[in-house]
Write a protein that binds this ligand. Structure first.
Ligand SMILES: CCCCCCCCCCCCCC(=O)SCCNC(=O)CCNC(=O)[C@H](O)C(C)(C)COP(=O)(O)OP(=O)(O)OC[C@H]1O[C@@H](n2cnc3c(N)ncnc32)[C@H](O)[C@@H]1OP(=O)(O)O
Length: 493
């Protein structure tokens, strides 16, 4: 029997594999506590200790010496702050879980798919398998165990939208210690899966026949992606989820195969997707970074911790942001801004090697503000020209463990384009700083981004801390040499 055969899927509840905490997940709600107080890495600890030991006594010094001592103390504070940023979202080392398996034969499913092998050094670029004529594509759905059935989920139907919400909110991506779980809202799910050109048959579910319970889901949306200057019509795959009681029964490969069949039938043979788990073979890998906006809540929920040489009072001071944005002309984006915003995004993003080629209709969909889903702001100059755009989306994580808080409200940096006014990195830092201010004003607790695009230019100055999760970017049926993270600008929400 084929390894990924449906016959291996047992009925719900029967001898289900233990799942809690074993999720290798996707873009895990990263950046949570380190257990105990030890900082990550002896070298970091040594630096911190020697920095503290070197602090001179300030009492009764002449003015110049006192000023020098004051300067020294400030340097030490800055050093401690930098160390804190490195440590406060770092979790116990879990990198082993995210390494590739030893050889390709251990990937029973992925070894059969048109993706590069883990040990492959990719030099030539292009499709791995040629497109098939529609007549050669399987016309019927793959067989599934008799207790289950394939369904096309109708997200326009409130009850079905709710079913997907319930499945994801109880079973989707968790951090490695199962204390936080992504909690995409039902409205967000619709927004994410119904952009221009969306197709209902790419929203694939698995239901239990008798109870009609939704126990599996995978979603695809159309996207035009530029891969090193080549424009490719593909799909983006997201929200792959199997109910916890049905894990490790090869249902995920079935969902992937069935959605691939449905997509192939529409003449599309390439896809892009991201995951926290390592699969054969990422085209790029980017680390998560977190900017605390509400340090007390993040510590109370275990999302971050108070590093050595830090106090809560200092953390609160360190992360305080003004109440209003600093850039003159910064305001909420409206539908009327779409044409100018599209031009700005296309101009800025076209310098990257992997990016979405958004048209006006798509910009209107992805960036027009929707409360609690997507927040977009533009800078308008005196001549009514839009010079900059910055956006973020709302993705709360539910706190699974005991806590006074049910959720962490996280904002994730989304599309942006700083103006080209000769201010270089400073302009980018300024608009992202404004995004932090606007996110704080909208009651977000943390602002997340990954280390791609030009983000390295603001991560340290704006006090983002390094998380412990990576996001891997993948292309299906497209061979492509590694793309440096600063050349990636693909957003999958
Ligand atoms: C042209 C059109 C093409 C369209 C398709 C393009 C490809 C799209 C690809 C999908 C992009 C999704 C993007 C997102 O949504 S990433 C988000 C993924 N979802 C979660 O992490 C939510 C919580 N976890 C779960 O629901 C389950 O653990 C999942 C469903 C992830 C696996 O279920 P389960 O734990 O019960 O396992 P199994 O026994 O059924 O299957 C085991 C096989 O599955 C491989 N596996 C594990 N995790 C992932 C993963 N995240 N992407 C791809 N494959 C994954 C694994 O290596 C193994 O294969 P192999 O190692 O033996 O080879």
């Amino acid at each position: 029997m084929a390894d990924d055969s449906v016959e291996e899927i047992v009925t719900a509840g029967a001898a289900a594999a233990a799942t809690s905490g074993s999720n290798s997940g996707s873009a895990a709600p990263a950046g949570r506590k380190r257990k105990g107080k030890a900082p990550s890495g002896a070298a970091a600890a040594a630096t911190a200790d020697s920095a503290v030991a070197a602090a001179p006594a300030a009492a009764a010094e002449p003015a110049a010496a006192a000023a020098a001592a004051d300067e020294d103390r400030k340097k030490i504070d800055r050093l401690n702050e930098q160390l804190a940023l490195l440590q406060m979202f770092q979790h116990i080392d879990n990198s082993a879980k995210r390494r590739p398996k030893e050889d390709m034969s251990q990937y029973k499913f992925w070894g059969t798919q048109p993706v590069p092998r883990t040990d492959e050094v990719v030099t030539d670029e292009g499709p791995i398998e040629p497109n098939k004529p529609i007549s050669e594509i399987r016309a019927e759905p793959y067989p599934i165990h008799k207790d289950f059935e394939w369904v096309t989920v109708d997200l326009e139907d409130e009850a079905e939208n709710r079913d997907v919400y319930e499945l994801l909110s109880n079973n989707y991506v968790e951090d490695d210690e199962a204390t936080l779980r992504f909690d995409y809202s039902a409205e967000f799910i619709k927004w994410a899966l119904m952009p221009p050109g969306w197709r209902r048959d790419w929203h694939l579910g698995v239901r239990v026949k008798t109870s009609r319970k939704l126990v599996g889901f995978i979603g695809g949306i159309p996207a035009r992606v530029s891969v090193r200057g080549k424009e490719i019509s593909m799909v983006e795959i997201n929200f792959l989820c199997v109910h916890k009681k049905l894990r490790s029964k090869r249902l995920a490969p079935m969902l992937i195969k069935e959605v691939t069949r449905r997509i192939n039938l529409t003449g599309i043979f390439q896809a892009a997707y991201t995951a926290g788990v390592y699969l054969p073979k990422p085209v790029a890998t980017c680390r998560y970074y977190h900017r605390s906006l509400n340090p007390k809540k993040l510590v109370d929920t275990g999302f971050s911790y108070i590093p050595r040489n830090m106090t809560m009072a200092r953390m609160i001071r360190l992360y305080k942001v003004p109440e209003e944005p600093k850039t003159p002309g910064m305001r909420l984006m409206t539908a009327a801004d779409v044409p100018q915003v599209t031009k700005l995004l296309r101009k800025y993003q076209s310098k990257f090697e992997l990016y979405h080629m958004l048209n006006e209709e798509e910009v209107a969909h992805w960036l027009t503000p929707i409360d609690k889903v997507v927040y977009s702001y533009v800078v308008e100059d005196e001549k009514k020209r839009i010079t900059d755009v910055v956006s973020f989306y709302s993705l709360p994580s539910a706190v699974i463990g005991k806590s006074a808080h049910s959720h962490i409200n996280a904002a994730y940096l989304f599309h942006y384009a700083p103006s080209d006014l000769g201010a270089g990195d400073k302009r980018l830092q300024q608009i992202i700083y404004d995004a932090l201010i606007l996110a704080k004003a909208a009651s977000f607790d943390v602002f997340n981004c990954i280390e791609f695009m030009d983000n390295a230019k603001f991560i340290e100055p704006l006090k983002f801390g390094r998380g412990n999760g990576d996001l891997h970017f993948y292309l299906y049926n497209y061979r492509c040499a590694d793309v440096a993270r600063e050349n990636v600008a693909l957003f999958m929400v």
